[in-house]
Design a protein around this ligand. Structure first.
Ligand code: FEO
Ligand code: CA
Ligand code: CA
Ligand code: CA
Length: 687
């Protein structure tokens, strides 16, 4: 009998996420000791000089930034907290900021995608649907690795939609396939003895998909265009090129790749980003779980296990056995850049962006045209990073411009964030009670870690070479005293204001004995519900090393006094828990998907105004089926697109005993899928 992992009552997430999710998605990261045992609050000497040079910024409570439109915006003071009446509220569908005028969906546990009244949906594409020429129709009882390599992968996460010029009503959909969930994929799966075919199906079900989609006239419906010339699958045995300062490093060389420049595969691609030059970025997140027989020499704070791996891949390819190939694990944990318009191109692992558990990477151009890429490292007490290129993006559609733009992420400086609150430490008591100035806010510095240039790279971290900074970036963050955050996940700069929003999902260990206590940016101990940080920089100085920040949302049940919705009346907002992915709509509203709701409802998607009188008004737009997480949100004028990831992933569930019958009903295998939602009257979303 299959041995089950601890049930909900002992889940360190406290009940929001199933143990099955923890086991397959992040290799039980939360059951293990937090990898960040650094005492970096006391390594102040390293950054003392940096901080003193920026004392003016540290003291500033307000930073003015140039907005995308060229005007000035100010991260000013929010209204002070007041006692609010606590009553349920059901606003009219016409209520709300432009783009958010819909009747909110109530929290629920229905095994379906629930959308607001007046909206319709379709399943755009499911796990196993053929997208490449020659790929067979999906047959869950007879799945093969060869079939899977031409079909849409498992557990879709990040989504990007790119325009397709010259082809009417079509767009290019790019999707991440974060991980496989073998007990829900294979009837009779024996976790102790997976077959070679099952392992090779899993290899082919990971990675990335590119699939052209057809828009339906008058609705937001999308359907895949099978066998399109741009359609592509990249998975665990596809070739990836390593570029940037760590390419060719001795730390990346293996017996099959003595150059350290060509890696087979990408793993655990979680969220990502879309660049202004038409490529997509994909974070390699919990890569550690795929490797067996780690040691202190191979791990370096990334949580690689010392025994067999969960999926036993090491039995079928020795590169997953660190005793035999100690450097293979160094070839994962990067940001991948893909050019979806060139089906022949080899995707690149961009080492200048550092190696950690990359959740996402979203760029924004500085005023002089250089990409600044914001990145979270999703682990309890890990850090928030930025990379600023030293090269300017070239505009135009020429081949020369495009080739130049494909080098932007290889040269520049990698930074890690240090945040300082502006309220007395005694006022941050760990309960979430607002300090006397009415806000969790303060200033921050970007601490440089290393700079990559045309002639090599320079480390800014005493005691570490540039190569070590890039390959063991977490250690560099420890050494310079970066701020330990509550699981920094997806990040999104507002295309309108330039402010950057960071989802901090939760942190079950905050404030526990021997762990970092609450601070102003992470103000709740045993943080179950997470928060969203808002950050403003000087955009006219892209190498700016100072910023202002404040918490935009402190998530949870609005009746819980420890929640905060940018000062908006709490009786008028939807409950939200565990913000994970973030995206902007065309109106400047932030959309937030959740992972591991701890308020008793299924996960969902929410929209919130970031500006004006309605700033902080949060409304739930949809919920997902049993066991699923909502991710990959995209909001276009006429459609909302979401990834329904790991439906049916409930403890004890299997192919034989499904917990969900989504999307195809009883008797059909549960399938992670992408869903499009639109308005039945043909008008734009939420107007
Ligand atoms: Fe893959 Fe951090 O969620
Ligand atoms: Ca404050
Ligand atoms: Ca995620
Ligand atoms: Ca995003």
């Amino acid at each position: 009998m299959r041995k089950l992992l601890p049930l909900l009552s002992t889940n360190p997430h406290g009940g929001g996420r199933s143990a099955l999710t923890c086991r397959f998605r992040c290799g039980d990261a939360c059951f293990h000791e937090v990898p960040n045992t650094s005492d970096n609050e006391y390594v102040g000497d390293v950054i003392a000089g940096v901080l003193s040079r920026r004392s003016a910024l540290r003291a500033a409570a307000v930073v003015t930034v140039a907005s995308a439109a060229g005007g000035a915006v100010v991260l000013g003071n929010a209204p002070a907290a007041e006692a609010r009446p606590q009553r349920p509220h059901r606003p009219e569908p016409t209520d709300g900021a432009r783009g958010l005028r819909f009747a909110p969906v109530a929290p629920n546990n229905d095994d379906r995608v629930t959308v607001p009244a007046g909206y319709a949906q379709n399943v755009v594409i499911r796990w196993g649907e053929p997208i490449l020429r020659g790929a067979p129709a999906f047959d869950s009882e007879n799945q093969t690795a060869k079939a899977q390599a031409g079909q849409f992968g498992y557990n879709n996460d990040f989504l990007s939609l790119l325009p397709l010029r010259g082809e009417h009503d079509r767009q290019v959909l790019v999707a991440n396939h974060e991980y496989t969930d073998e007990v829900l994929m294979f009837r009779g799966y024996d976790a102790a003895n997976p077959t070679r075919e099952q392992v090779e199906v899993a290899w082919a079900a990971h990675g990335l998909s590119v699939v052209v989609v057809q828009e339906e006239h008058r609705t937001g419906k999308l359907t895949p265009v099978t066998r399109h010339r741009l359609n592509r699958r990249l998975h665990t045995t596809s070739e990836f090129e390593v570029t940037g300062p760590a390419a060719g490093s001795a730390l990346l060389r293996t017996s099959v790749d003595p150059t350290g420049r060509t890696v087979l595969g990408t793993l655990n691609n979680c969220a990502g980003g879309t660049t202004p030059w038409g490529t997509t970025l994909h974070g390699e997140e919990n890569f550690n779980q795929y490797f067996a027989n780690g040691s202190s020499a191979t791990d370096k704070r990334y949580g690689v296990g010392t025994g067999a791996s969960e999926r036993k891949w090491e039995r079928f390819d020795k590169r997953f056995d660190l005793k035999q190939e100690p450097n293979e694990v160094h070839r994962f944990g990067w940001v991948v850049e893909l050019d979806p318009y060139d089906p022949e191109s080899k995707p690149r692992k961009r080492t200048a962006l550092g190696r950690f558990k990359h959740e996402a990477a979203q760029p924004r151009l500085t005023e002089d045209g250089r990409p600044a890429v914001y990145m979270g490292d999703d682990e309890r007490f890990d850090y928030f990073y930025k990379f600023v290129s030293s090269k300017r993006m070239k505009k135009g559609k020429s081949r020369a411009a495009h080739e130049h733009n494909l080098t932007l992420l290889d040269e520049g400086t990698l930074y890690v964030a240090k945040l300082t609150g502006d309220s007395p430490a005694a006022e941050i008591d760990g309960t979430g009670k607002l300090p006397n100035d009415g806000e969790f806010d303060g200033s921050g510095v970007w601490i440089p870690l290393a700079t990559a240039g045309p002639d090599g790279a320079v480390s800014h971290v005493p005691g570490m070479t540039a190569e070590e900074v890039y390959v063991f970036t977490r250690l560099a963050g420890d050494k310079v005293g970066a701020t330990k955050m509550d699981r920094p996940e997806d990040v999104e700069p507002s295309p309108r204001s330039g402010r950057v929003y960071v989802a901090l999902t939760n942190n079950s260990d905050r404030g526990k004995a021997g762990k970092a206590p609450a601070d102003e940016a992470n103000p709740r101990n045993l943080n179950k519900h997470g928060q969203i940080l808002e950050l403003a920089e000087h955009w006219d100085d892209p190498s700016a090393d100072g910023f202002a920040w404040r918490l935009f949302l402190v998530a949870g049940d609005p009746n819980d006094p420890a929640t905060y919705f940018a000062g908006f009346p709490k009786e008028k907002v939807s409950p939200i828990s565990c913000p994970d992915n973030v995206a902007f709509d065309p109106h400047g509203n932030l959309w937030i998907s959740t992972d591991g709701n701890q308020l008793g409802s299924h996960d969902g998607l929410f929209g919130v105004a970031t500006r004006g009188e309605r700033r902080g008004e949060l409304k739930q737009f949809l919920t997902v089926p049993t066991g699923a997480e909502t991710c990959g949100p995209l909001v276009q004028d006429r459609r909302v697109l979401v990834s329904v990831q790991h439906p049916g992933e409930v403890d004890g569930a299997s192919v034989e005993k499904p917990a969900s019958v989504w999307p195809d009903g009883p008797g059909k295998i549960v399938r992670p899928s992408v869903v499009a939602v639109w308005r039945t009257d043909g008008r734009d979303i939420g107007v």
